[in-house]
Write a protein that binds this ligand. Structure first.
Ligand SMILES: Cc1cc2nc3c(=O)[nH]c(=O)nc-3n(C[C@H](O)[C@H](O)[C@H](O)COP(=O)(O)O)c2cc1C
Length: 165
């Protein structure tokens, strides 16, 4: 499976807490906050798990917004990435977890992105992050659907491990 880096941007800590839960499920994965990580630190890794909350209306979390222009210039040869995103599907039903798409759009031509998730079972009106009926990564809603978070992470990690095997 190679070396795994989990890289997150989090404004009030929700995405950070989820990133830690995902870390627990991967033996030896390292955790980095976009507010302080450097691209040099990330070079040795083979698989990047990228987490972001959504701000504004469908916008990328602020620390990621600063870091993405550097991150997207990395050499991703032979590497893979997966995305997870937090949002509030009740208050922001027309831009739910839109930040995932901002990451996806910037990186899809540069790195092999795995881990899309069916949009079935989520309640929202619109999301840029749904492409051909599937979220481009794992959408989570800690504001309204926190009961779903643990099973959603578990199913996603299982699928990622299968694809990385
Ligand atoms: C100013 C503001 C704008 C937001 N905009 C969106 C949005 O467009 N879509 C969405 O799904 N969630 C939106 N949210 C909800 C957050 O993404 C959600 O609460 C998330 O869990 C916060 O995670 P964090 O603490 O890691 O930043 C917004 C929250 C705030 C405070």
């Amino acid at each position: 499976m190679g070396k795994i880096a989990i890289i997150y941007g989090s404004s009030t800590g929700a995405t950070e807490a989820v990133a830690k839960k995902i870390q627990e499920q991967f033996d030896g994965a390292d955790l980095f906050n976009t507010d302080s990580v450097t691209t040099d630190e990330l070079k040795p890794y083979d698989f990047y798990i990228l987490g972001a909350s959504t701000t504004g209306v469908g916008d990328l979390q602020d620390d990621w917004d600063m870091f993405l222009p550097k991150f997207e210039k990395m050499d991703f040869s032979g590497k893979k990435a997966a995305i997870f995103g937090l949002g509030d599907s009740a208050s922001f039903s027309t831009s739910f977890a839109g930040a995932m798409y901002v990451l996806y759009k910037a990186l899809k031509s540069k790195v092999d992105i795995i881990g899309s998730v069916s949009a079935d079972g989520y309640t929202f009106d619109e999301s840029d992050s749904v492409v051909d009926g599937r979220f481009v990564g794992l959408a989570l809603d800690e504001d309204n659907e926190y009961d779903e978070t643990a099973p959603r992470i578990e199913a996603w990690v299982k699928e990622l491990k299968k694809q990385l095997a």
